[in-house]
Design a protein around this ligand. Structure first.
Ligand code: TEU
Ligand code: CA
Length: 557
């Protein structure tokens, strides 16, 4: 693997709306992020990805952009953004913006002009179609947020536009060179400002199988999951390669793709030495157990499943490139609530999970609040839910025979609000996130789980994350943790996740007891040094170690 400036870094995702509110309007903002830069630096973050903060009606929380060149006033101003980039740079931190170019907002100029003149220049920026001869929609795909992907074009009774997400997110037509040029121009404008790069949203959707046609119906709504089209898709590489050559490559920028369906043989093209992207997320564990029928049919992941998913990805990627490792993001439930069996989430198990995912090969990402062990939030009624995807999933569950209780439980387990509740800074009102009324409920457990309570406690989850970032980047071990081979250990042991990281003469063993009960595990050779332990003691001799419940050890052999 060719060495790159961002290898060996630690990345952190900020969901601006929920991070820190500086002016008391209940909405997190850029000034709030600037105020927390020293905190992030001290945690060990080198790269910050900001979920969208461009001008937006926030129909999908900013993933519906109405103006790519301006900051939404709710988040601040372009001056704030420039200051954030400059202040971050002073601390050797790079800023990534979220690149949402599969679609824009229906309130974007382009779409307004397309409505005025559907067959003119801007009409061709979108997919605008007539109904079929029998009056039916141009095809039967289901949008990600439920219902058909077609919506009547405002002002034109006989025309429809395509939206694979919400109807306020019309898809951009990537087949149109003029549109692509506009996108590259915008990306370069941002990169010239000094951005370190982009996280690229929903990018697999930019290539459609054309002409539009039906796929097999797979739910009671008579529609077909969009995945059925994506399986057949070819040719996306032409767009992605062009994007790389025109934007990322000349800027030596970092790019991380939200890619879900890459085939094994495509991995070198995606993240190899001259790949489309610097990195892409490992979603193997994220999508594990997901049912086409909806969230209420999802299967829960066990510790063994989790380990197998991680190792499967590690084997697929090998030395081809650098995958990005996460346990949560703004679309997913909290990692501590998902990957640790129900009832077992506590500081010890959270630290174990942290060490296990953080030290595998790839770029480790921390999602805001993860470093203090934030958890999912209980809900008692659908009225408390904000996320459009959760609301759709709730209705899908009910329509398919789930009881109210089952439907709510599915939202509690999977809902996107879980990760979007405000950051829990301290035990004062609203967890210190805002002096006003927070836009989304604060998790009531903030009185116990908050940064202030953990900051000076050497045994806190927060300080364990600090130790992890320091260990991973320490000059002595940086090479091994960054480029060293990953070899699974005790792969068939129930509730154990263990692996070696090795390069040259250095051999590190990471070993977690993924259960409440203690278990004794063999050591392949004597331990030279304990690098990290989530408990005070390590009960071992030359050949074995008695692991306490949810204990994790990182040792040099
Ligand atoms: O998500 C893309 C995506 O493909 C979905 O899997 C999404 O995770 C799912 O619908 C959640 O229920 C990206 C963004 O991360 C997400 O926040 C946006 O809503 C979406 O694109 C549209 O821009
Ligand atoms: Ca604010």
């Amino acid at each position: 693997m060719e060495k790159k400036w961002w290898h060996g870094k630690v990345a952190y995702q900020i969901y601006p709306k929920s991070f820190a509110d500086s002016n008391g309007d209940g909405i997190g903002d850029l000034r709030g992020i600037i105020n927390k830069l020293d905190y992030l630096k001290d945690l060990g973050a080198d790269i910050l990805w900001l979920s969208p903060c461009y001008v937006s009606p926030l129909a999908d929380q900013g993933y519906d952009i109405a103006d790519y060149y301006n900051i939404d006033p709710r988040f601040g101003t372009m001056e704030d953004m420039d200051e954030l980039i400059a202040e971050a740079k002073k601390r050797d931190i790079g800023i990534l913006m979220d690149l949402v170019v599969n679609h824009c907002s229906d309130e974007h100029e382009w779409f307004k002009k397309a409505c005025e003149d559907p067959f003119g220049k801007y009409g061709k920026f979108f997919y605008i179609e007539k109904a079929r001869e029998d009056g039916s929609l141009p095809c039967n795909w289901r949008s990600y947020f439920g219902g058909p992907v077609w919506e009547k074009l405002p002002g034109h009774d006989d025309l429809y536009y395509l939206h694979v997400f919400h109807k306020k997110q019309p898809d951009l037509n990537w087949e149109n060179e003029e549109l692509r040029e506009e996108v590259y121009k915008m990306m370069n404008w941002w990169l010239d400002k000094g951005l370190a790069g982009f996280r690229i949203d929903a990018i697999i959707n930019i290539k459609k199988v054309l002409p539009f046609r039906d796929y097999p119906v797979d739910r009671e709504d008579g529609l077909s999951c969009i995945d059925n089209m994506l399986y057949e898709q070819t040719g996306i590489g032409e767009f992605l390669g062009e994007m790389r050559d025109r934007t990322f490559a000349p800027h030596n920028a970092f790019s991380v793709g939200e890619v879900f369906n890459e085939k094994d043989e495509d991995i070198p093209e995606f993240i190899g030495d001259n790949g489309y992207f610097s990195s892409m997320y490992d979603f193997a564990e994220t999508v594990f157990g997901k049912s086409q029928l909806g969230w209420f049919k999802d299967i829960e992941i066990t510790p063994d499943d989790y380990r197998n998913c991680v190792f499967k990805t590690q084997k697929r990627i090998g030395d081809i490139g650098m995958i990005s490792n996460i346990i949560e993001n703004h679309d997913e439930p909290r990692g501590a609530s998902r990957y640790i069996p129900e009832g077992d989430a506590n500081p010890t198990s959270k630290k174990m999970l942290a060490a296990l995912y953080f030290l595998v090969k790839g770029l480790p990402w921390i999602y805001e609040g993860q470093e203090i062990g934030m958890e999912n939030m209980k809900i008692s009624s659908i009225d408390e839910v904000d996320d459009i995807s959760s609301i759709d999933s709730y209705h899908v569950a009910l329509a398919n025979g789930a009881t109210e209780e089952e439907a709510l439980h599915a939202i509690e387990r999977n809902g996107r609000d879980n990760a979007r509740t405000p950051f829990q800074w301290d035990a004062t009102a609203n967890a210190g996130f805002t002096t006003g009324t927070p836009w989304l409920r604060v998790n009531p457990n903030y009185t116990e789980i908050n940064l202030a309570a953990q900051k000076d406690d050497p045994d806190s989850v927060y300080n364990f994350y600090r130790q992890l970032t320091r260990l991973r980047k320490s000059p002595e071990y940086l090479e091994t943790f960054t480029y060293g081979e990953l070899v699974p250990y005790l792969e068939d042991r129930h509730n154990v996740m263990a692996y070696f990281r090795q390069s040259g003469d250095q051999k590190i063993l990471v070993m977690g007891n993924f259960q409440n009960e203690p278990q004794t595990l063999p050591l392949p050779s004597a331990v030279k040094k304990v690098l990290l332990n989530n408990l005070h003691e390590a009960d071992m001799n030359e050949t074995e170690v008695k692991m306490a419940g949810y204990q994790v050890l990182v040792v040099e052999l």
